[in-house]
Design a protein around this ligand. Structure first.
Ligand code: GLU
Length: 298
């Protein structure tokens, strides 16, 4: 398989300039290292009708193209089921019947890191599971042998984070993001993951899971997010932050692309002309504050 990078949007709505900036970075990282660039729609959850087409249209408009067909997670259910079966066959999963509230209210295990699953259902007997299953369907959790793991990130260096008994399949039957992303990246030959640094805390879990599945871990680069003027993560409610909104204000996709490149210390221009000067080591490490694209003469 040809080594590849990727962009993996969740089709929950239109992409905003923060998402577009991450997509540009993922494309530059992949293309500048001779990799393919793949597009995967993470539509297991939160999908809104029409959003995928809008997202792909906007990515194309700023010059982020991809190789091959778009892959959709909803087409890949059997692959996720197979991975979970392989883990279960090794005794590495268990059924969990906890509600969110029960987890919040459970006393945490001694020395357990904050936010870690307290292990309530880890030691249930078969009889206890039968009783609980009659009341509520089970989620499937990983039976983790570690409490933390360390990954290497191109921008963050060595990063150690929590690995708990995280969910692999929710109790509504939907595959959890952490399982799907590991299976997809490995099976698509993706050996470079560039994404927003809000996902850095999930990465030790994903790398540990990959090792249990005998799958390679990709190289990681978690890039800074775009913030609004109040310092919070940019969101749709922050005004004209999508290409469609900006077009209504007279700002073309090329100008948005150039503003995003400028925010990365890169020259304007079609993305393939930027490749020659792209240097990950020179990227800003701080979040970027979006204040809009100034109109000519403004
Ligand atoms: N689908 C995730 C998101 O849009 C990204 C997952 C990833 O890049 O691993 O936030």
């Amino acid at each position: 398989m040809t080594p590849a990078g990727r962009f993996a949007p969740s089709p929950s709505g239109e992409l905003h300039v923060g998402n577009l900036r991450t997509a540009i970075l993922a494309w530059l990282f992949a293309r500048s290292t001779g990799r393919q660039f793949l597009m995967r729609v993470e539509d297991l959850d939160r999908a809104r009708a029409g959003a995928e087409a809008e997202q792909l249209r906007d990515l194309t408009a700023i010059g982020v193209g991809w190789d091959g067909d778009v892959v959709r997670q909803t087409d890949r259910g059997p692959r996720y089921a197979d991975a979970i079966s392989r883990l279960s066959a090794k005794g590495l999963t268990y059924e969990c019947f906890c509600t969110r509230r029960e987890i919040q209210e459970a006393p945490s295990a001694p020395h357990a890191p904050q936010g870690a699953y307290p292990g309530t259902c880890r030691g249930l007997t078969a009889a206890e599971r039968d009783l609980k299953r009659a009341v509520r369907p089970a989620a499937i959790r990983l039976r983790s042998a570690v409490t933390e793991a360390t990954v290497h990130d191109v921008l963050h260096g060595s990063y150690t984070g929590v690995v708990d008994d995280f969910v692999l399949r929710r109790n509504d039957g939907v595959t959890a993001y952490n399982l799907a992303v590991v299976v997809d990246d490995a099976e698509q030959g993706i050996d470079q993951v560039v994404r927003g640094d809000d996902l850095l805390p999930s990465t030790p879990r994903q790398a540990y899971l990959a090792s249990l599945l005998n799958m390679p871990s990709p190289e990681y680069a978690h890039v800074p997010l775009v913030l609004n003027a109040d310092g919070a993560r940019l969101a749709k409610r922050d005004g004209a932050v999508t290409l469609a909104d900006l077009a209504l204000a007279g700002v073309t996709a090329d100008r948005v692309r150039d503003a995003l490149l400028g925010s990365l210390g890169l020259p304007a221009g079609p993305l393939d002309q930027v490749l020659a000067v792209f240097d990950p080591a020179a990227l800003p490490r701080e979040p970027w504050v979006w204040r809009g694209v100034a109109l000519p003469g403004a």
